[in-house]
Each structure stands twice: as C-alpha cells, then as structure tokens.
Design a protein around this ligand. Structure first.
Ligand code: AMP
Length: 192
C-alpha cells in the first residue's frame, strides 16, 4: 500500500488537488478536517468537543485524529493506498503515524508539500470563507491562530520528513488552479 501525506499551510490547495491525485493513483483521500466537520454536522459528542478547538483555530487532541486514521486504515478496502490530508499536524502525530504504519508492516511513501506564503494563506481563506462558509475561515483571529499553529507545530514536520528522505515540495501559488494541479501531479510522479 502507498501512504502519501498531503502537506502545507491552510489554504495551500490540499483539498483542491487531492481528488486528482487520489484518482490517478487509486488512493482513498482522508482529510481529518473534513472528518471532524462531519462529526460536528452530525452533532456527536466528539463533534461538540472538537468544535470549540476548531473554531478557535487550535488543534484537536492527537488521540482523536489518530483514532480516525486507524479506523480508516482498518475499514477501507479496494484502494492502492491512502492520501492523508491535514494529518499529521505535529511531531507527536508524525511519530505515532510511523508507529501505526510499522505495526502494519508499512511505511510512508512520500510527503507532498504545497507551499504558499502567509499573505496568500490569508487571501485564499478569505475567498474560501465566502464560498464554503466554514466558521474557522470567518474570523481574522482564528485565521491568525491557524497560521501561528502551522508555523509552531506543523512546519517542523518538514525537517522531520526531510531527515527521513521522504519530503517533496512544490509551489502552490504560480498560475491558475490547473497550473498548480499539473505541478503537484508532476511532483507526485517523482516520488518513488
Ligand atoms: P483543515 O480542514 O485540515 O484545515 O482542519 C480544520 C481544523 O480541524 C484544524 O484547524 C484543526 O482544528 C482540526 N484538525 C484537522 N486535522 C487535525 C489534526 N491532524 N490534528 C489536530 N487537529 C486537526
């Protein structure tokens, strides 16, 4: 099985390009953010707890997202691998993911980093707020907290995966969506 991680700051285009990658390589796209929003929409206990943290732009507890990921690995069949989007989000989750995969005799195939500047993050999220109506896209304070959370907790994963020889990166902000998608797909082709 292939295990790809789609990596980048909020608004980099992970969700936008995920379906093209998943389709091309017969992968199941798993977005922890989308799974959490589904829990909120369903009104579950987990959703209620997660909502406060998500609306503040903070991360939900590692055990919550790791449980979702493991249950996806256990139950989803008929694919050649997984495309993880929004997970892992900190070094503890990355270490736990390595352990989860090692238990299954598997390992990360590659990390697909899509990079944009903080300024573009703000523009993209403001634009998305108008289209998707996500509560965590609507307030400046929440967006600032998500950008800070990204730099403090998520960005260190770049060094972690570089060290492991698994990190691949391209720019997510040159040209239109089709140009960016083509660049991301070309990047994934280079992962062996
Ligand atoms: P996203 O859709 O990936 O931007 O995620 C939206 C929000 O869900 C994040 O700002 C976090 O509050 C929460 N979230 C998503 N994935 C994770 C994760 N791997 N660890 C902790 N919190 C997460």
């Amino acid at each position: 099985m292939k295990y790809y991680i789609l990596f980048g700051p909020p608004g980099a285009g992970k969700g936008t390009h995920a379906s093209a990658i998943a389709e091309k390589y017969n992968l199941k796209h798993i977005s922890t953010g989308e799974l959490l929003r589904a829990e909120i929409a369903a009104g579950s206990e987990l959703g209620k707890e997660a909502k406060k943290l998500i609306d503040a732009g903070s991360l939900v507890p590692d055990a919550v997202v790791e449980g979702m990921i493991e249950s996806a690995f256990d139950t989803i069949k008929g694919v050649d691998g997984f495309l993880l989007d929004g997970f892992p989000r900190n070094l503890a989750q990355a270490a736990d993911l390595n352990a989860i995969l090692a238990k299954r005799g598997e390992e990360i195939t590659g990390v697909i980093g899509i990079m944009i500047s903080d300024e573009v993050v703000r523009k993209r999220i403001a634009h998305r707020a108008a289209i998707e109506g996500r509560a965590d896209d609507a307030s400046d304070e929440t967006i600032t907290n998500r950008i800070n959370t990204y730099h403090a907790q998520t960005e260190p994963l770049i060094a972690f995966y570089k060290e492991a020889g698994k990190y691949y990166e391209c720019n997510g902000d040159q040209g239109d969506i089709a140009d960016n998608r083509a660049r991301v797909l070309a990047l994934v082709e280079t992962i062996k």
